[in-house]
Unconditional design. Structure first.
Length: 233
């Protein structure tokens, strides 16, 4: 399998740094370590100066709102980055989603890094994964959705050989490649415009994965100097 990022995206966003990490996982409904992490997120966000009334102006949130509004031409109040969706829930005292230990863990790491993260079941992915601009008429069926949306050519998507697996860069993942209790291998992605922050987030994710019995196999960063990587899996 090869992962790559389209040159046109790097031309438009030259500071793009996409972290990736492959791991074998042990999916459980919950994990004590993850639950402890979740309990600390509210205080972490307060320590970072985020509050319920002004968190959208924080640079880690506002950068995505600007991209969604100005480049993707969707309303940021309706279509949020995955990071903003998480932060919003925590700051408004709603519980973070209880999905699976692996999903909950990378959501925690996303908040602690203030970077969007996603995870895909490698055994459900077809062929190579590309981060690119959507094609005219391409459709996307997101988690929990009954009807697909028609993507637009100015919107960044993650795709495999058969489908869009994430729409609006990191707004929502596809149902077909999501993590379930049968998942054995996961490919995680971290979206950033700062290579050092992407690397720190990768290190945090890898460290925390080991604490719940997972094994990190390979990690790296796609950027202007490394647009493609063969995973060898």
């Amino acid at each position: 399998m090869r992962i790559s990022i389209e040159k046109a995206i790097l031309d438009h966003y030259p500071e793009t740094a996409i972290g990736y990490l492959v791991a074998t996982v042990n999916v459980q409904k919950s994990d004590p370590f993850v639950e402890t992490l979740k309990s600390q997120l509210g205080q972490f966000l307060k320590d970072q100066g985020l509050d319920p009334t002004q968190f959208t102006i924080h640079p880690s949130i506002s950068v995505w709102r600007e991209i969604y509004e100005q480049d993707f031409h969707v309303k940021a109040k309706t279509y949020r980055s995955s990071l903003e969706a998480l932060v919003r829930r925590i700051l408004t005292d709603k519980p973070i989603w209880n999905i699976w230990n692996i999903v909950d863990l990378y959501n925690c790491c996303s908040v602690l890094s203030l970077l969007p993260m996603g995870g895909y079941d490698l055994d459900k992915v077809s062929g190579d994964i590309q981060i690119r601009y959507a094609k005219e008429g391409e459709t996307f069926l997101g988690l929990g959705e009954r009807r697909p949306v028609v993507t637009q050519p100015d919107q960044v998507v993650y795709t495999d050989a058969d489908r869009v697996i994430c729409w609006l860069w990191n707004h929502k993942d596809a149902e077909e490649t999501c993590i379930t209790e049968e998942t054995k291998r996961v490919l995680f992605f971290i979206d950033s415009f700062d290579k050092q922050k992407a690397q720190a987030a990768l290190d945090l994710l890898a460290e925390n994965l080991t604490k719940i019995g997972c094994i990190s196999l390979k990690q790296g960063i796609l950027d202007i100097h490394n647009v493609s990587e063969k995973l060898g899996i």
